[in-house]
Ligand binder design. Structure first.
Ligand code: DC
Length: 219
């Protein structure tokens, strides 16, 4: 809905956007759009139907016909064609496939309106790569949240080890750098600092310090 305030939080993967956006949305009582989960859901749909990720027409067909529903409870629950896919969203396989399908301009065009529809009263916190540049260019509040690739890799590594998942720090660093490159160098809606955005480097900040800085911007 036009006139509804929007706070966009863009940045590379692993910068803490998800945690910060959810916390800020909760504090403000605003809706939350995790746009990465839309691309991740499409990736899951493609992997499940074993479509060739380089077949743009086939990927578009899936994007056009997938039924997505988001339920914001304690954690975000996502259903794809009435199947709960929440447990599949966070894997590296899904993230890498999402970054591939997200590079197609045709795919981005199909998913644009789905994202705009999240702009509902009393407000929206939108998290992604192109929220402030393409999807909500007129947003009242814009943040670009980043951290060094080493810091992001080490956070990801710790998360995996805590979950008891075997992980390799140098491999994670390589994957993060490759994902950054793909997300930043694509022709359509690349990762960039949107005009008018407040730049926050979280490398040496706690999550709480970042949340406080974002809230201060809106209040
Ligand atoms: O934020 P994330 O890691 O969940 O995003 C997964 C992939 O989706 C990311 O590598 C690039 C793509 N993406 C995008 O192109 N545009 C967005 N607004 C959000 C995510």
């Amino acid at each position: 809905m036009m006139g509804t305030p929007v706070l966009t939080i863009d940045g590379p993967s692993g910068a803490g956007k998800g945690t910060v956006s959810r916390a800020v949305a909760n504090l403000l009582g605003w809706h939350y759009l995790d746009s990465g989960s839309i691309y991740r859901s499409l990736a899951i749909a493609c992997l499940q139907t074993e479509v060739d990720l380089s077949d743009v027409a086939a990927v578009c067909d899936i994007a056009q016909n997938m039924q997505l529903s988001f339920e914001c409870g304690e954690t975000l629950q996502v259903s794809l064609n009435e199947q709960n896919i929440t447990h599949l969203l966070g894997t590296e396989t899904t993230g890498n496939a999402a970054s591939i399908v997200a590079a197609y301009p045709e795919v981005r065009a199909i998913l644009l309106q789905k994202q705009k529809d999240f702009q509902q009263l009393p407000g929206l916190v939108a998290d992604g790569r192109d929220m402030g540049s393409v999807v909500f260019p007129h947003a009242e509040f814009k943040v670009y949240l980043t951290a060094s690739a080493e810091e992001r890799a080490s956070r990801r590594y710790k998360q995996l080890i805590e979950k008891g998942i075997d992980a390799n720090l140098s491999q994670i660093t390589r994957e993060i750098e490759e994902r950054d490159r793909r997300d930043s160098e694509r022709a359509t809606a690349p990762l960039m600092v949107p005009e008018g955005a407040t730049f926050i480097d979280s490398s040496s900040l706690s999550i709480q310090q970042v949340i406080d800085a974002v809230i201060a911007l809106v209040r």
